[in-house]
Design a protein around this ligand. Structure first.
Ligand SMILES: CC(C)=CCC/C(C)=C/CC/C(C)=C/CC/C(C)=C/COP(=O)(O)OP(=O)(O)O
Ligand SMILES: O=P(O)(O)OC[C@@H](O)CO
Ligand SMILES: [Mg+2]
Length: 233
């Protein structure tokens, strides 16, 4: 069976620590045409905030995935289609590669393994919260990124590779290098996508475009434009 993300063009990432623009609801976000919702952020996460977003999105038919940044906020909820668990390939601290995952497995005795998939992150924006949090080495050439992508797919069997520029638009050459290196894995790209053109451009180099801040800063109509850009790419 093909993985659901093999069919996706676009994801909205909702940060439970941020609000939607005045007058907008999660229902508006779910109606943008996006293929899936990921719930997660780096800072300010709590189980209450996670649950609130899950509850607000649960009644709709857009697939809903949790992307926890720490084991403590990986809530278990039947409304979720699954868990996308980051593992950071270019971290200098093995905690973010496998240590947090070991802790999660140690403290939870009944993890729903059939609904858990990892995302092999390559974190590229040194100014992002996620880069400092995970002590990522962002000083990478296209060759380095291509090699990480190959290692993730071929040696570690990762189904999803995620080039992460959170907060800024990425270098298409870097994203393209990751894409060219992959055979079957799905390439997620996220960072700075804010309109049709940026979604179209990065969508030409990635399989799935992830849009985060825009949903909180500009709202559903702006997100819908990026859905069109990612689909046309
Ligand atoms: C094992 C479990 C359950 C969790 C650990 C998972 C790991 C290794 C997380 C590392 C951090 C990470 C890659 C989080 C993913 C979410 C993400 C990148 C959100 C975007 O963050 P920013 O935009 O930098 O931060 P803000 O929260 O300030 O928006
Ligand atoms: O918030 P932005 O910059 O859209 O980034 C999206 C996502 O990749 C963050 O994890
Ligand atoms: Mg962010």
């Amino acid at each position: 069976m093909t993985a659901p993300w093999a069919e996706w063009d676009h994801i909205v990432k909702i940060d439970p620590d941020k609000t939607l623009p005045d007058g907008e609801t999660y229902e508006d976000v779910l109606a943008t045409g996006t293929d899936a919702i990921e719930i997660g952020g780096t800072t300010g996460m709590t189980t209450d905030k996670m649950e609130r977003v899950i509850e607000a999105c649960a009644a709709h038919d857009v697939p809903l995935y949790l992307e926890p940044s720490a084991p403590e906020v990986a809530v278990n909820d039947d409304a979720l289609d699954g868990y996308l668990i980051p593992t950071v390939f270019n971290t200098e601290n093995p905690f973010w590669l496998a240590g947090a995952h070991k802790e999660w497995t140690r403290i939870e005795d009944d993890l729903p393994w059939d609904r858990i998939t990892t995302e092999a992150y390559i974190v590229m924006n040194p100014d992002s919260a996620v880069a400092s949090y995970t002590e990522a080495d962002c000083d990478l050439s296209p060759d380095d990124v291509a090699a990480y992508a190959t290692v993730a797919e071929r040696l570690f069997g990762q189904e999803i590779i995620y080039v992460e520029y959170s907060g800024t638009l990425g270098d298409p050459e870097i994203v393209g290098a990751a894409h060219d290196a992959l055979d079957e894995a799905t390439l997620f790209y996220g960072g700075g996508v804010h309109d049709y053109d940026s979604a179209y451009e990065l969508g030409q180099h990635a399989d799935v475009v992830v849009v985060g801040d825009l949903v909180h800063d500009e709202g559903a109509e702006a997100v819908a434009e990026t859905v069109r850009g990612a689909q046309d790419a």
